[in-house]
Design a protein around this ligand. Sequence first.
Ligand code: NAP
Ligand code: MG
Length: 404
Amino acid sequence: MSKIQMKTPIVEMDGDEMTRILWQWIKDILLNPYVELKTEYYDLGLKEREKTKDKVTFDSAEATKKYGVAVKCATITPNAARMPEYNLSQMWKSPNGTIRAILDGTVFRTPILVKGVEPYIPTWTKPITIARHAYGDVYKNTEMRVAQGSKAELVVTDKNGNETRELIHDFSSSDGIIQGLHNLDKSISGFARACLNYGLDLNQDVWFATKDTISKKYDHRFKDIFQEIYDNEYKEKYEAAGIEYFYTLIDDAVARVIRSHGGYIWACKNYDGDVMSDMVSTAYGSLAMMTSVLVSPDGIYEYEAAHGTVQRHYYKHLKGEETSTNSVATIFAWSGALRKRGELDNIPELCSFADKLEKATINTIEDGVMTGDLYMISKLNNRKKVNSKEFLIEINNRLADMMK
Ligand code: NAP
Ligand code: MG
């Protein structure tokens, strides 16, 4: 059998701990036998970030801009405990944060559904993809405690020095608190375009919600920007694709999400996305079954698993003990990147390989062969727990049949 050939490289970002081990096994067992992988390799493992003073992270993001598609392994975001462990000269910033800032992207998280692992909400038969606006609001706030007897005002000084003032509150009867928030038209527009593009990519409706009835200027601006961009740039494409952009109030959206069957993209303001993504991912069953893709407004894609480096399993692995770590989200990061590369470069065999890889992975679990995390929550009767490597070999048994 001849291997599938690629044209343009995928930017490959290697990572840390247990996911780094899985990364190599996935390539050896599931990818290299079928695809002549063409990647531009960047090692974002913490050792290499320390060695290059984090330059490698910036270089990998620039390469992603150049080639348009990346796949990333989970990486350690250093905390105090990692400083002596890796002998770090600095507490390097989260690579995901650095890459997101350079690509100005939006993160979309989608659960992978398999039979036997039922969502806590039984009507959710299709995945709900959450997109979180990753700029501003309460995450870039200024806040103060205010003593009784004070008066708090909002003051904006324009470029000519003219002031506009609004009373926030006269704290005559009690001590209190205040908070200043902001967002940028440019950032909201980028977010709106990333979400509306991704809707076209997945051929799914896009929902967006704010509290515009209460926040008549702030939240209303979000609503207006989304609507203007939709009307001017997307309406015709959405109608042709038979999908829709749907706006409602955030509390109404939450109620509708619970009653829905899934199968849409839910665009969330920063705080809503923070809270709702944890709710939605938990309700679908397992963090290890959640994929994540960073999409920039100009159509650059970086695929990864939503979970971290699974440190506890890695320490077991280092001691020579058997692990049963779930590689599904990392496999889907690869299949997502390969499919996108295939679409952009017009290589149908590569897209078809990505489909088969995902199908083989899901079939393995639905046949009852799974890692420990799923074994604990699956309702299948004849299920069997396998170790990290056996799981990949089982997937390949099925994939090899499909590739014949
Ligand atoms: P984590 O790696 O996601 O793991 C948390 C726990 O969830 C694990 O201990 C494990 O539970 C379970 N789990 C997660 N993924 C799993 C998988 N694939 N298979 C089986 N079980 C899985 O989060 P963390 O322990 O908080 O963080 C570890 C490191 O990852 C940190 O250094 C953090 O900075 C980094 N991190 C990176 C990213 C990223 O690169 N995108 C995201 C998050 C965290 P049990 O131990 O109970 O089996
Ligand atoms: Mg959260």
